[in-house]
Design a protein around this ligand. Structure first.
Ligand SMILES: Nc1ncnc2c1ncn2[C@@H]1O[C@H](COP(=O)(O)OP(=O)(O)OP(=O)(O)O)[C@@H](O)[C@H]1O
Ligand SMILES: [Mg+2]
Length: 372
C-alpha cells in the first residue's frame, strides 16, 4: 500500500466513524437518526476538517442549533482527533401527499379554520404565509372565503386581476405574486355582490374550480384561508384535495372555544379524517405598552385556547396578542417586510408539525396503513 492508498484508507475509516456517530443523533421531532432519515449529505474529510450538510425537513426549522450541537458532540465522542467540524444546513420540505393527486407540485396543503367568524383566520394565514416565505419556503395562499374574501384587502391588491394561461389544452389561473407569496382569492375573480347571492352549490363549484384550475407551480406550503364554520366549502376542500392537515384558530373566549371544538370534530370525523396540525390562540391579550411584557390585559380571558389544546391533546402553536398594528396592517393592506413577533415562532412550530405529520404518513404507508 502506498502513502496515498494508506491515507485514503484512514479517511475511509474516519468517514465510517463519523457516519456511525451521526447515526446516533436523532432528529428531535422525527425520533429517528439523521443518517436513516437521509438528512446527512456531502460528508467530506480532509486533514483538518470534517464537513457535511444536514438537509432539514423545512427551512423554518427551529431545532437547527440543537441538531448542530448534538452532531458536534456525537462526532467528538467518536473521533478523538482535533478536527474542525463544519456543518452546513439546507432544507428540502417533505410531503405526505401523493404525486398523482390534484396539484402534484404542492408539497403540503394546510387549511386554516375556525368554528367562529372573525377570530383572525385570514390575519393569521397572512402572517404565517409571510413568515414561512421569509424563511425561504415557496408559499401560496388561497382565500377560500367565497362570501367574504379578505385576502385581497389584507394584501393591498384588491384591484389586481390574475391572468389566465393555456397549458396542455387547459386554461389555468395564474396566482398573483406579492411579497414572494402566490395569492389567489375568489375576490380577484368575481365582484362581491355577485358572490354573495350564490347558493351553496354554486359557491362550492366556484371553489372547486379555484382548487383545480390554478397554476401554483411548485410550492412547499399552500395555506387555505377557510370561511368560518363547517360549510359546504370545507366539504368540497376535503373531498377534492388530500390535505396535509388543519390549523384551528380561536380566541380565548368560551364562545369561540365551543365553536373551535366543533371545527376540530368536523376534521376528525371518520369520513374526513384530516389531521389537526395544531391550535393558535389569537387576541390572547392586549399589550398597552409594547415594551412592558407585564402590562398584559387578558380582555377575553386567559389561556382559553392553550388549555383547549392541552385538553384535546393537539399541539399548541402559540399565542398572538391583540395589537393595533396587526389590525391597521390588515385594513390598509400594508404587509410588513419583516415577520411580526410571535408569527415567526408559530410558523416554525407549524412547519415542525407538518414534518412530523409527513413522517408519520410515510411510516403508515410503509407499514400498509391507509392514511387519508
Ligand atoms: N391579533 C390581532 N390584533 C389586532 N387585530 C386583529 C388581530 N387578529 C385579527 N385582527 C383584526 O380582527 C378582524 C378580523 O380578523 P380576520 O378577518 O383575520 O378574522 P377571520 O377569522 O378571518 O374572519 P372571518 O370569519 O370573517 O373570515 C380584522 O379586522 C383583523 O385585522
Ligand atoms: Mg377570514
Amino acid at each position: 500500500m502506498n502513502i496515498i492508498e494508506a491515507k485514503q484508507a484512514i479517511m475511509g475509516t474516519l468517514k465510517k466513524k463519523v457516519l456511525a456517530a451521526l447515526g446516533k443523533v436523532d432528529d428531535p421531532d422525527l425520533k429517528k437518526d439523521l443518517v436513516s432519515l437521509g438528512m446527512v449529505d456531502a460528508l467530506e474529510i480532509d486533514g483538518t476538517t470534517i464537513s457535511f450538510t444536514i438537509i432539514l425537513t423545512t427551512p423554518a426549522c427551529p431545532l437547527q442549533e440543537v441538531i448542530k450541537q448534538a452532531c458536534i458532540q456525537a462526532i467528538r465522542d467518536q473521533v478523538k482527533d482535533d478536527f474542525e467540524i463544519v456543518i452546513k444546513f439546507t432544507s428540502k420540505v417533505t410531503s405526505g401527499r401523493s404525486a398523482s393527486s390534484i396539484l402534484p407540485g404542492v408539497k403540503n396543503i394546510i387549511a386554516i379554520a375556525s368554528g367562529k367568524g372573525g377570530v383572525g383566520k385570514s390575519t393569521i394565514a397572512t402572517h404565517l404565509a409571510l413568515a414561512l416565505s421569509n424563511h425561504g419556503a415557496a408559499v401560496g395562499l388561497l382565500d377560500a372565503d367565497i362570501f367574504g374574501p379578505s385576502i385581497p384587502t389584507m394584501w393591498g391588491c384588491q384591484t389586481m386581476k390574475p391572468t389566465v394561461v393555456k397549458e396542455g389544452g387547459k386554461h389555468l389561473i395564474m396566482p398573483i405574486s406579492r411579497h414572494n407569496v402566490k395569492l389567489l382569492s375568489i375576490g380577484f375573480l368575481s365582484n362581491r355582490e355577485e358572490a354573495i347571492v350564490w347558493r351553496g352549490p354554486m359557491a362550492s363549484a366556484a371553489f372547486k374550480q379555484l382548487l383545480q384550475d390554478t397554476n401554483w407551480g411548485t410550492l412547499d406550503y399552500l395555506l387555505i384561508d377557510l370561511p368560518p364554520g363547517t360549510s359546504d366549502i370545507h366539504l368540497t376542500l376535503v373531498q377534492t384535495l388530500s390535505i396535509t392537515g388543519a390549523v384551528i384558530v380561536t380566541t380565548p373566549h368560551n364562545i369561540a372555544l365551543i365553536d373551535a371544538i366543533k371545527a376540530m370534530a368536523m376534521f376528525q370525523k371518520e369520513q374526513i379524517k384530516v389531521p389537526i396540525l395544531g391550535l393558535i390562540e389569537n387576541m390572547s391579550y392586549f399589550l398597552v405598552d409594547k415594551e412592558k411584557t407585564n402590562n398584559r390585559h387578558y380582555i377575553f380571558g386567559k389561556d382559553g385556547g392553550k388549555l383547549l389544546a392541552e385538553k384535546a391533546a393537539i399541539p399548541f402553536l402559540g399565542q398572538v396578542p391583540l395589537l393595533t398594528m396587526i389590525c391597521q396592517q390588515g385594513d390598509l393592506g400594508t404587509i410588513p417586510d419583516a415577520t411580526i413577533m410571535p408569527f415567526n415562532k408559530i410558523a416554525e412550530r407549524l412547519a415542525q408539525q407538518v414534518a412530523v405529520q409527513n413522517a408519520t404518513c410515510q411510516q403508515d404507508n410503509a407499514s400498509g396503513h391507509n392514511m387519508h
